[in-house]
Design a protein around this ligand. Structure first.
Ligand code: HEM
Length: 185
């Protein structure tokens, strides 16, 4: 009787599961923020947007960062399991070499992953906190106008970053899917 997945392929199955979960959670989160949360902000009073936005932003940042970390770790695990990557020399083994489409696609995917990770750090550490400029009662009209303009600029920057992130996430999923067929680059 065949041993089945859990008899012979436990490690690759768990790594594959972690990888699928990683990209599903990551892309699902990016779609939710861009396609559901951003448009719904226009129908919520500004003061409430501030509260919900800071809570959602904080949560989303950590969920997305963990999902990306899981993607990287499970991806490396899958490469080790398949023997394309080794802990002994040569570290990179065919087809994980630049003369092969699989290797080039994997390199592009890894660079894209690093870009998305950096973008997310920027979203969480710089772009998102800039949305929460405090208005105090002792501010002059001029200072209030400047604070409002700064928030408007931060929202526009956040919008662009979220769109770039969504496009990058989609591209990464496409590149990942082509790996099974030998890569695309
Ligand atoms: C945003 C980042 C990433 C996304 C969206 C992504 C997405 C995907 C998708 C959709 C697949 C095909 C379906 C699957 O097996 O789950 C895949 C496969 C794979 N990914 Fe990723 N991935 C990402 C990052 C990475 C990284 C950083 C690595 C390696 C360090 C990696 C290694 C792999 C491997 C080895 C496979 C299996 C390829 C094969 O069948 O030969 N991925 N990825």
């Amino acid at each position: 009787m065949p041993a089945g997945v859990l008899g012979t392929e436990v490690a690759p199955t768990l790594l594959g599961f972690a990888h699928v979960l990683g990209w599903a959670v990551y892309i699902g989160g990016a779609v939710l923020m861009e396609v559901v949360w951003r448009p719904s902000q226009e129908h919520i009073p500004p003061a409430q947007v501030n509260v919900v936005c800071s809570f959602m932003g904080r949560r989303y940042r950590w969920i997305a960062l963990v999902a990306l970390a899981v993607l990287f770790l499970s991806g490396v695990g899958l490469l080790l399991e398949s023997g394309h990557l080794s802990t002994t020399s040569p570290i990179f083994r065919p087809p994980l070499v630049l003369s092969n489409s699989y290797g080039r696609t994997m390199l592009a995917l890894t660079i894209l992953w690093a870009f998305l990770f950096g973008l997310l750090l920027m979203l969480g550490v710089v772009a998102h906190p800039a949305l929460h400029v405090r208005m105090s009662t002792d501010m002059s009209n001029e200072e209030r106008r400047a604070a409002r303009a700064a928030v408007g600029q931060a929202i526009r920057r956040m919008d662009v970053l979220l769109r770039v992130e969504l496009a990058g996430a989609g591209l990464a999923a496409f590149l990942g899917t082509t790996l099974r067929f030998g890569g695309i680059l």
